[in-house]
Design a protein around this ligand. Structure first.
Ligand SMILES: [Zn+2]
Length: 603
C-alpha cells in the first residue's frame, strides 16, 4: 500500500515507500538542502508521512546520533569553547537539529552519552531537558514523587513576587507585590538561564522540622511573629477600578462630578466628602468598603416622554465608582485619560498592605503547602546553641508519607549555602550532592545530618531530640485569608429565584447544600431545615385554589381572590419556596398542569 504524504496537514500525494522518503527528507535537511525548520514524521501504523513547515510548532534541539555515536565530537566542543564554532554552524552541519512534537515520535533519545547504543537516533544536551520550564526550576526534582513536583510547579505559579519591575506604572486589574523578594540559595541552572533570580518570588526561611504544642498539626505551619514584623512574607495588593463617561443614543451621557441631592439612589452627603470638586478622589486617601471614588450620574434607564415641566436632572440616577463591598485600602494612583471612543475615562488604583496572618498560605518548592496556624513571639520559640530561632516550623509527619526527599536536601543545601556564602546547584540529575553539603556543614562545626540540639524558648530546657533545621526557599501563595473571609446576615437575592446570590463578590449566602440537607433530615432537625430552606431563603406566600389545585390570583381593584381556571373563590394562602412556584410556572409553560392538593394542617 502506498504511503499518504501530508504537507502542513494537507494530503499532497502518495509515495511507494514511506520509511525511505522520511529518511531521505531528513538526510536532505541535515545536508542543508532542505530548510532546517522542516520536520518530517512517519506514522507506521497509519502509513502516513507528515511534513510540517508551518509556524507555531514548539521545537527543541537534540544532538544527532549515527551508528551509536554522537555527531558532536570533543573536537567541536573545544572549538565552541574557543569561539571558533557557533550554534548555527552545528545546525547547518546537521550535528544538532530541532524536532517538533510529531517528529519526536520517531526518535529514540539517549539521556547521557555513556548510555548510547546502536538503536539510538538522538542524544539530549542535558538530562534536565526532559522537564518543562516550570519543573526544571524546582531543585532536586529527581528525589521526589512526580505528583509532588507537579504540585510544586503549580505553587510556583501562585506565589507572590515581583511580577513586573514596572508594576508602579501599570494598571493591572489585580496584582500582588512581595516586599523584599530574595533569590533562592539553592537554585537550578534553568532558573538562572531564565533570569528568574531577578524576578524572585519567595524568601529563604530558617525552617525547623518540629511540632510546636500541636499547633502545626497536619499541614499547618507556625511562624515567627518577630520575623513577620521584620517584613517576612509581607506583600502589597493592588486593584484597579475604572469608569467612563459614556454616551448613549439620543444625545444623553454620563456626568462625572458630585451628584446632586435629587438624583435617584442618592447615597447621602457623607458618601461624597472625600471627593474633590471634579468628583474624583485624591491619591493617598483612605478608602473603606463601598466608598465612592468617582462621583458619576447616568441618564435614566428607560426614556419617558419629556414634558416641558420636567427637570432633566431629577430623573438622573447615581452611578458612582465605589470600592468593592469587602475591600478597603489607600488610593495609590488616579489616572484621567480618554477611552478609544473619545470619552472621559478614569482609572483608580487602590493598594493595601497584607501582613501574613493566621490562615495565609505558604509553600516550599516541593508541593509542601500549609496555612499559618499560630504566630509565636521569637522569645518563645526554640533556639539552637547559637541562638538561631526558626522562621517557620513544619510538622515532621509532612515528609515520610509524601516522600519529598528533595525538601530535606534543599534544607541541607540552604544551610550549607548560608555557611559558606555561596549558591548551591539543585539542577535535576547534575546538581550538588548530599556529600558536598555534608562536607560544608562538617567544616563549619555542624553535624553533617543537619540536626541540632534545640532549647525550649519558654523554659530554656534542652529538648531531648535531634531536630532537623535548615534554610529553605518558601513562597507566599496568593490565597490570602483576608481576600476569602466572608459572612452574611441579610443581603441581595436573585431576581429569578428570589434565593440569596452566590459568591463572596456578590455578598452571597453560605450554601446549605444537598449533603448538609441530608444531615438535617437524618438528624430529624425539621424546624432548622425549614428555617434554612424556606424562611432564610426564598419564602413566599401564594394563593392556591382548593377545588382545582392551581395557583389563584388576587384582584386588587375588586378586592377578590379567585381561581383563573375554575373561577372558584375557595382560595387559601400557602407558604412555599419561591423556587417551587417557579417550577410550577415553568411546567405550565411546557403544557403540564401541576395541581396542588390542599389538606388541613392537623390531618
Ligand atoms: Zn380552581
Amino acid at each position: 500500500m502506498k504511503t499518504g504524504v501530508f504537507v502542513n496537514g494537507r494530503l499532497m500525494g502518495f509515495h511507494e515507500n514511506g520509511e525511505r522518503l522520511a529518511s531521505s527528507l531528513r538526510k536532505m535537511r541535515r545536508d542543508g538542502e532542505l530548510d532546517e525548520q522542516t520536520n518530517v514524521a512517519y506514522n507506521k501504523r497509519t502509513n502516513e508521512i507528515f511534513v510540517n513547515t508551518d509556524e507555531g510548532r514548539p521545537r527543541r534541539p537534540l544532538i544527532v546520533v549515527k551508528a551509536g555515536k554522537s555527531l558532536l565530537t570533543q573536537d567541536m566542543v573545544e572549538k565552541i569553547r574557543k569561539g571558533e564554532l557557533h550554534w548555527h554552524d552545528l545546525v547547518k552541519k546537521g550535528v544538532v537539529e530541532w524536532l517538533d512534537a510529531e517528529e519526536e515520535e520517531n526518535t529514540y533519545i539517549a539521556l547521557e552519552e555513556g548510555n548510547l547504543a546502536e538503536e539510538h537516533t538522538h542524544l539530549e544536551f542535558d538530562p534536565v531537558s526532559i522537564l518543562g520550564y516550570a519543573s526544571a526550576q524546582i531543585p532536586f526534582p529527581e528525589y521526589n514523587m512526580a505528583p509532588r513536583v507537579l504540585m510544586a510547579a503549580q505553587h510556583t505559579k501562585q506565589s507572590l513576587g515581583l511580577y513586573a519591575a514596572n508594576f508602579n506604572l501599570r494598571c493591572d486589574t489585580r496584582g500582588h507585590v512581595l516586599f523584599y523578594p530574595q533569590s533562592p540559595l539553592v537554585r537550578t541552572r534553568v532558573y538562572e538561564a531564565l533570569g528568574n533570580e531577578r524576578r524572585a518570588s519567595g524568601q529563604n526561611y530558617v525552617v525547623a522540622v518540629l511540632s510546636y504544642h500541636g499547633f502545626n498539626m497536619n499541614d499547618a505551619v507556625v511562624l515567627n511573629k518577630d520575623a513577620i514584623e521584620r517584613a517576612l512574607g509581607r506583600s502589597e495588593f493592588f486593584r484597579t477600578y475604572a469608569t467612563e463617561e459614556r454616551r448613549y443614543p439620543g444625545g444623553q451621557r454620563d456626568h462625572f462630578g458630585i451628584p446632586e441631592e435629587y438624583v435617584q439612589n442618592y447615597l447621602g452627603p457623607e458618601a461624597y466628602t472625600e471627593l474633590d470638586e471634579d468628583g474624583v478622589i485624591s491619591p493617598d486617601t483612605d478608602v473603606f468598603p463601598n466608598a465612592v471614588m468617582v462621583g458619576k450620574t447616568s441618564p435614566p434607564r428607560f426614556l419617558k416622554e419629556i414634558s416641558a415641566l420636567d427637570v432633566e436632572s431629577e430623573k438622573r440616577r447615581e452611578s458612582s465608582l465605589t470600592t468593592r463591598s469587602n475591600e478597603n485600602g489607600i488610593v495609590d494612583a488616579v489616572i484621567l485619560t480618554e477611552s478609544p471612543s473619545g470619552t472621559k475615562f478614569i482609572k483608580v488604583r487602590v493598594r493595601k498592605m497584607n501582613v501574613p496572618e493566621i490562615g495565609d498560605k505558604f509553600a516550599s518548592r516541593f508541593g509542601q503547602k500549609g496555612v499559618i496556624s499560630l504566630l509565636v513571639p521569637q522569645e518563645d520559640l526554640p533556639f539552637t546553641r547559637d541562638g538561631v530561632t526558626p522562621d517557620l516550623m513544619i510538622n515532621p509527619h509532612a515528609i515520610p508519607g509524601r516522600m519529598t526527599a528533595g525538601h530535606l536536601l534543599e534544607m541541607l543545601g540552604g544551610k550549607a549555602a548560608s555557611l559558606d556564602c555561596s549558591h548551591k546547584d539543585g539542577t535535576a540529575f547534575s546538581g550538588n550532592t548530599e556529600d558536598e553539603f555534608e562536607d560544608v556543614l562538617r567544616s563549619h562545626g555542624f553535624k553533617p545530618t543537619g540536626q541540632e540540639v534545640l532549647y525550649d524558648g519558654k523554659t530554656g530546657a534542652r529538648i531531648y531530640a535531634k531536630i532537623f533545621i535548615g534554610v529553605i526557599y518558601y513562597q507566599r501563595l496568593h490565597h490570602l485569608v483576608s481576600l476569602k473571609l466572608h459572612a452574611r446576615s441579610r443581603g441581595p437575592t436573585q431576581m429569578l429565584t428570589h434565593q440569596p446570590t452566590e459568591g463572596r463578590a456578590r455578598e452571597g449566602g453560605l450554601r446549605l447544600g444537598e449533603m448538609e440537607r441530608d444531615c438535617f433530615i437524618g438528624f430529624g432537625a425539621a424546624s432548622l431545615l425549614k428555617e434554612r430552606m424556606i424562611d432564610s431563603s426564598d419564602k413566599t406566600v401564594e394563593l392556591v385554589c382548593a377545588d382545582c389545585g392551581s395557583l389563584g390570583v388576587y384582584d386588587k381593584i375588586k378586592g377578590r381572590r379567585y381561581c383563573p381556571l375554575c373561577d372558584s373563590a375557595n382560595i387559601h394562602e400557602v407558604e412555599m419556596s419561591y423556587a417551587f412556584k417557579l417550577l410550577v410556572d415553568e411546567m405550565k409553560s411546557i403544557g403540564i398542569n401541576p395541581q396542588l392538593r390542599l389538606k388541613d394542617r392537623g390531618e
